[in-house]
Design a binder for this molecule. Sequence first.
Ligand code: FAD
Ligand code: NAD
Length: 405
Amino acid sequence: MNRPKILILGAGYGGLTTAVNLQKKIGVNVADITIVNKNSYHYESTWLHEASAGTLSPERVRYEIKDVLNSKVNFVQASVESLDVNNKKVITDAGEMSYDYLVVGLGFEGETFGIEGLDKYALGIANVNEARKIRDHINTQFAEWATQAPAEKDDSLLTIIVGGAGFTGIEFLGELANRIPELSKEYDVPQEKIRIICVEAAPVVLPMFSRELVEYAVGHLTKKGIEFSIGTPVVQATEEGVKIKKGEDEFEFIKAGTVVWAAGVRGSRIVEESDLPSNRARIAVEKDLRVPGYPEVFIVGDCAFMLNEEAGRPYPPTAQIAMQQAVVAAENLIALIEGNDTKEFTPELKGTVCSLGDSDAIGEVFGKEITGKYASFMKKVIDNRALYMVGGAGLVLKKGKFNVL
Ligand code: FAD
Ligand code: NAD
């Protein structure tokens, strides 16, 4: 009998963890396993705010996919172009690939909600090259200001708008706040001329945390010079900056050299354009992570949608959940091949930590609220654990975070 073909799309937290768990748990010659990813490397999406602010090199954020795979899994570097799920085929820029079982882990893209100008004029934090673009753009704006004639200096080049005060926005602001004194020195820019404004649509930032933790985070960032405009959605972006809504008929235009959009994510467009049933590019999966009507297709990570029935709202798209789903998807694939029943996936939420730069953070871990250096230490433990789950101690030693203060 032919060996079943397992095709995994995307080597992010979901896809790569599925591949690594399969290679650990499946017997030799039981299945042909292939993982496809557009780059030769995996990047830690959860570290992208650091690479974007320039506080961590983009090289630190990524590692070669082949380094964590053994001979049980083939790696193909290719861009997935479309899914032909009715004929069990995937079309890539390296040709067509067929499968018996498919695991879709194509991850997230920035969500702009159709707001005018954002696609063109704002920078997103969705992959390692976008992070590089933000870092380089800020550097260029500062260099431009520094080389303008004194009478012609355009101070708006030194204004950075961050749209969205969710986790990504706040973590990016934390890094940026630490980077500003360095930028000021490097480009001979007086620090008081630099403005960083966070614009948030909702009446509060980080609504998932208690008031005390939010006050801690906002207080920390405000002390470092970050300005907040809360309850004022961005309604338009132009080459010059952003327009925000301050009241029923009240708007303000803020001129800025850099606009970073961190106001939400959606799943992959490839998923949305396929015949799989999706909403904002996310697919509501069965409890065993398969797609209704497509029992050979699993979805892991940010392309999957699951309702937290207890809370009455969806589970958030996080690396924590993507990796947990991947472990179960790998076990379920093996179960199907062996003719056994699949098992249900239940997220085990251990808590969340939101960094505020390299040495401060807020969080709730195992039901306990934490702040400061301890919270920052916990964030590094979480970051290192993700490396460990994929590449073991060797990867932690190579890429891990050990600068505990
Ligand atoms: P991804 O990590 O996005 O991986 C998708 C992979 O697919 C990538 O390798 C990509 O290159 C590849 N790919 C995409 N399209 C194609 C294509 N067409 N062809 C081939 N390959 C393709 N979550 C947490 O739990 N904790 C955190 O601390 C945390 N911090 C975050 C910080 C930031 C700045 C951001 C942006 C997100 C953070 N998240 C965090 C959320 C987390 O990063 C995502 O939930 C997680 O990355 C989702 O994993 P994934 O495997 O679904 O997708
Ligand atoms: P998010 O959806 O959590 O937050 C986006 C924020 O942008 C919200 O506060 C929203 O009100 C705001 N917003 C939306 N439209 C706006 C507009 N027009 N103008 C101004 N503000 C607007 O998105 P995120 O922060 O990118 O996070 C995405 C996912 O990644 C979440 O599931 C999050 O939990 C996860 N994440 C986790 C961590 C962590 O655990 N440390 C870090 C980053 C991201």
